[in-house]
Design a protein around this ligand. Sequence first.
Ligand SMILES: [Zn+2]
Length: 318
Amino acid sequence: MDSQLTLSELLVRLFPFLVCLAFGLVVGSCVNVIAYRVPLRKSIVHPGSFCPQCGFILPWFDNIPVVSWLVLGARCRSCKTLISPRYPLIESTLALLYMGLFAQMYLQNAQAQTVGQQLIIFTSGDYLQLFVGALFIGVMMILALIDIDFRLLPNAITLPSIPVFLLFGLLMCIPPFSEAGKDATLLMRLDPLIIRLIGMIALPLAFVVLDFISVLAFGKAGFGGGDVKLAALIGAALGWKLGVVAIILSILGGGILAILRLATRNIIWGRKTYMAFGPFLCGGAVLSLIFGMEIVNTFITNLGRSGTDAVASLIAGW
Ligand SMILES: [Zn+2]
């Protein structure tokens, strides 16, 4: 066994991660621009990036993700106003998530390929899923940032995204992207689209029901209309299984933060009672995209062990 990797082998193995890193930084930079400009109804492409304080148009070398921020010492070259660490933070978070997304798929495939000679085989379907996953993470990041800043989830982003991700679901049903075998039935071939259609309808319905219960119990709705549309988008992009995992994770996350707020008597977060749920949904959806299948599979295995095989096979069947 080659226990010692040569430098070139190491570089070959690291290369895809470096691509994810670079790609994540660039997309993160775009996410910053879109999240800042869309709520203000400004054009995304024109003008180029500028300092909001003095209007100085950034030359390309002041616009390199993370690097420029570090080189400039977090200050505008022209007016020396501090530039928020939020920008490089978002860029590096996205780069990390992209590497995580790739690593997850890499590990899945590497496990599947231990018998074969080749180290790893990425199918066309895998590449499509990576691309769609990367796009989804970007959209979730934009929506979370806008919801944090403005407490709204713009229809201009959520609504058009739904058919786009459904279309990717359809694309996953047909060669060369389909993962169904040769003797698969039509229903099996259409599975990627069907789970997304169910997700698009079932997830927002769950929120409507939760809101109804909330109105009965507390006299007010817990979620906004934006959350319901975001749930439809998550269902259309991830399918209902990962969508359910996303909702559970987001409710856990939101619940934990709410308890923390109560425990610290709102010292840190002030006295405002409203808490935007959108960022939790977006975060839950991204975590579900990367780790959701593991969670679902563990759940199914444990269901099988505890004797409720019928339920387990029903979930696995979908
Ligand atoms: Zn400036």
